[in-house]
Design a protein around this ligand. Sequence first.
Ligand SMILES: [Zn+2]
Length: 258
Amino acid sequence: MAAIIPIPAFSDNYIWLLREGGDAVVVDPGDAAPVVDYLDREGLALRAIVTTHHHPDHVGGVTGLLARTSVPVFGPAHERIPGCTRSLEEGDAIVLPGIGRELRVLDVPGHTAGHIAYVGDGAQPIAMVGDTLFAGGCGRLFEGTPVQMSASLQKLAALPGETSVFCAHEYTLANLRFAQAVEPDNAALRERVSREQAKRDRGAPTVPSTIADELATNPFLRCSEPGVVAVAQAHAGRRLDGPVETFAVLRAWKNEFR
Ligand SMILES: [Zn+2]
């Protein structure tokens, strides 16, 4: 099974690199330099580039990497990705060159209009989710609606609980502070906060998380929980009609939460 390595970029991005033998594939390379450093240091050959959406902190390094080695670039069918050689949408599947792992594609609009995620099934399931589902939170709605984002998150929530979730930012502790404002009495959340804080204290990433962890602690996946609905209604000062409205209130609240 390929190892999956976080390459830190900018202030809080992770570029995920899958490696098997002497081959490597990168996911969402916002910057070429740290990827090139890692490939050179480890003596790896880049075999492909995988992208989830068009934001510069996810694709800004693609051109620089292609200048060095010409490799396939996988990306969302409905967004413009530099150097894209294979446009993907839900129902498509790819086999990662050099790695051999098959990933299937889900459409997960909301953060951007054409955002896709990649899911690897099997004994050690994985999901590469870009800026859709974060550890303890979810992406901002730059281009999509609460209805879209809520449906996208539900697709990810339906994956097996043991699925490792690889998001693209280290936002976890800030996300969990918001989660605790929503669910101060959630014991699993309290336990997770101390677990993730311990990782940050020793300089380790908090990601990947798992779908099971997210279901237990991420308020954006818990919009049908009576306690979450009650807090969202109190925040909004009105009755909320269903999980999508609850999601929309939480997302707007999080935008201004400090
Ligand atoms: Zn983004």
